[in-house]
Design a protein around this ligand. Structure first.
Ligand code: NAD
Ligand code: UGA
Length: 468
């Protein structure tokens, strides 16, 4: 019969483990939820008395305030949390491998394996182990082999796949009302029982028809497939934006027109300077690697093109800035508004802003950067990582971090909008104009500002997906 879960452990207190399990704790006051991580600073931040949480996510603080200390705990004591739990989420990072076989494509499963080995080493009772991390198809099988080879007598491990579909910036609303929760299990009686145990947890707030139960491998693959298809929509619309710029068509009008087709749908068709975030590129490359390993080179090439198009879009945009500024930006001051990979997050992983700034640096421009959420230390770390051979001191001679959009735009030749923060729409553009060198250029990489209004003020406006 299905186990009634009373204690949950989540390994990994990151962007996924933290919000996901905080919401489970909030919605299931009868379950004790302990989120563990090896990173002491991260755990301290989750526990901080003034709720200075390690990630910025609208609504998250409220959830943590309600549940923390009641039935939600954050700790670095991984072993105790594993030992007492009936169900364990593995929500560790699975970055793209940087070296070895599959470098640049395959997912680095080292953290998943270490967490799995820890579970096997510590557990003295049966556990349901849930893959929350995004992993290649058939990872659950490796986890099972490791667990079974290292387990103590009378311990059984049932493995489930339960990929997470939340998007950053809307994590809490996504978790409160998910489009669907996906649970994959072996179709054996034990597997189906484990599946039911997890289903009962989500059943505390998610309507039953939104909880999909499928086979393990379908569940693992569905996560990669969903991200690949979402990213593909953006690359498709971005490819069309290049045609628009060359022909006089307007990408917003085109997206609106095609989105009206109920088979296509209106969401996720916003042209941009390129998608970022920790997952789209990583998961597509993972899918490419999987396809190649399965000797399906045509399939691999097909998905690969989604990432190639994204790289092209970023390069195309920075080239357009240089072209428009009379083919040189040497010594010119450029204000980059936004550094996060999308609005309403402080996350910068794979942000298009990093590529743009690097391109401007190599053209010897002076760059002012402002983002309302991202910590300055993070920006320096990202710029250093993007140019490992350039000493940070030299980067700091070219790049200045600013405290407001207005300050960033002062004495600049051009403003580049890299992130769709709402506050950029509401800047006092008259004041920005007054403070800039003339002609004053705006490059809108996010279809954010009212180009007509800015043109009336005097700006020369260039918008993605519209002719100059
Ligand atoms: P993250 O880097 O923010 O968090 C992972 C955490 O796991 C880190 O704090 C790390 O210290 C910890 N960790 C690693 N190994 C550990 C171990 N052995 N024991 C204890 N802690 C350990 O990563 P994330 O953004 O939360 O992503 C986690 C997974 O979820 C990835 O597979 C990712 O693809 C997937 N995912 C992410 C998102 C997203 O929006 N970020 C959405 C859906 C799925
Ligand atoms: C994405 C998916 O939306 C989630 O379902 C998934 O769980 C998650 O990846 C993951 O696996 O990590 P996320 O990366 O947080 O979520 O954010 P998105 O809203 O998907 O945006 C990704 C990037 O695409 C951003 O840079 C965004 O600005 C860009 N984007 C998005 C566009 O350029 N145009 C659009 O129409 C939508």
């Amino acid at each position: 019969a299905p186990v009634k879960v009373s204690k949950i452990c989540c390994i990994g207190a990151g962007y996924v483990g933290g919000p996901t399990c905080a919401v489970i704790a909030l919605k299931c006051p009868h379950i004790k939820v302990t989120i563990v991580d090896l990173n002491q600073a991260r755990v301290d931040a989750w526990n901080s008395p003034d709720f200075a949480l390690p990630i910025y996510e609208p609504g998250l603080e409220d959830v943590v305030r309600q549940a923390r200390g009641r039935n939600l705990f954050f700790s670095t004591n991984v072993d105790d949390a594993i030992e007492e739990a009936d169900l364990i989420f593995v929500s560790v990072n699975t970055p793209t491998k940087k070296s070895g076989v599959g470098a640049g494509f395959a997912a680095d499963l080292n953290y998943v394996e270490l967490a799995t080995r820890r579970i096997a080493a510590v557990a003295t009772s049966s556990k349901i182990v849930v893959e929350k991390s995004t992993v290649p198809c058939r990872t659950a099988e490796s986890m099972r082999t490791i667990l079974e080879a290292n387990s103590k007598p009378n311990c059984r491990f049932d493995i489930l796949s339960n990929p997470e579909f939340l998007a950053e910036g809307t994590a809490i609303t996504d978790l409160f009302g998910p489009d669907r929760v996906l649970i994959g299990s072996l179709q054996t009686p034990e597997g189906l029982d484990a599946c039911q145990s997890l289903k009962d947890i989500y059943g505390n707030w998610v309507p039953e028809e939104r909880i999909l139960t499928v086979g393990l491998w379908s569940s693992e693959l569905s996560k990669l497939a969903a991200n690949a298809m979402l990213a593909q929509r953006i690359s498709s619309v971005n490819a069309l934006s290049a045609i628009c710029e060359a022909t006089g068509a307007n990408i917003d009008e085109v997206a609106h027109a095609i989105g009206y087709d109920s088979r296509i749908g209106p969401k996720f068709l916003k042209a941009s300077v390129g998608f970022g975030g920790s997952c789209f590129q990583k998961d597509i490359l993972n899918l490419v690697y999987l396809s190649e390993s399965l000797h399906l080179p045509e399939v691999a090439a097909y998905w690969r093109q989604v990432v190639d198009m994204n790289e092209y879009q970023k390069r195309r945009f920075s080239k357009r800035v240089v072209d428009t500024l009379f083919n040189t930006i040497t010594g010119k001051r450029i204000a980059v508004l936004g550094f996060a990979f999308k609005a309403d997050t402080g996350d910068t992983r794979e942000s298009a802003a990093i590529t743009l700034i690097k391109d401007f640096q190599s053209e010897k421009a002076l760059v002012n950067v402002y983002d309302p959420q991202v910590e300055h230390e993070q920006i320096w770390a990202d710029l250093q990582e993007a140019s490992p051979l350039v000493p940070l001191d030299s980067i700091k001679k070219q790049v200045t971090l600013c405290k407001s959009a207005l300050e960033a735009c002062k004495n600049a030749e051009a403003v580049v909008i890299a992130t769709e923060w709402k506050e950029f729409k509401e800047i006092d553009w008259e004041a920005v104009y007054a403070g800039m060198n003339k002609p004053a250029f705006v490059f809108d990489g996010r279809l954010l500002v009212d180009a007509e209004k800015l043109t009336k003020i005097g700006f020369k406006v260039t918008t993605i997906g519209r002719p100059s």
